[in-house]
Write a protein that binds this ligand. Sequence first.
Ligand SMILES: [Zn+2]
Ligand SMILES: [Zn+2]
Length: 216
Amino acid sequence: SRSAFGASVAGGRRAFFGWLTGAAKEKKASLMHREDGSLIPMLESPIPGVQKLAQQYAAHGQGCGNCRHPLIYSCPKSGFPSHCCEVCYNEDKTHQDYAPKLREVYADLVDLRSGRKFPEFEFPGPPAHEWQRSELLNWRAYLSDRRFNGQDSVIGNARTEEELEREAQSIRHISSVFTFPLTIAHAIYWAKVLGDPSRLDQKKDEEGNKLPWRIA
Ligand SMILES: [Zn+2]
Ligand SMILES: [Zn+2]
């Protein structure tokens, strides 16, 4: 709520910086990694919700192409149950292309269930002034303009590689919540300007330059 956000601006914001320190960081890592540093397959996740999703994926996924065996082999890079066996895994050359993205999906699922605090979901209220309008060109710019919280700080403040990685994760969490409502709000706003929401591809800025019609 707005009052909650107001309070966090006054007092709590600095507390967001580096709150995930030492033990908490280690605990979060241990939800995905064994003591030897290897990735825990999703099917063996200590988080029941993640394990269940992996079981559903293994039952319905078709990672092996033509082969119709259940996916009981877990990719060591992504943690996903990706193939029926190691032979199929090694023969699949395309899997390596999207393994990093799957690894990211796995990390996001774990993060959402890690029990950490989620300053991301303490949303800012409406803009302080009617004239404050933020363009929906990309998520980072939009969430930074509107002063949404990431897990360490306000979105847009990340500098180090590690901070940028966590900020990107926060942006993925927030954008997954806002994609639909913001798409509708965006269409309503531009429908007023363009007279017809089906003409969203004809958006122009004040100088008459064409604006991208999708949020990146
Ligand atoms: Zn994989
Ligand atoms: Zn197979």
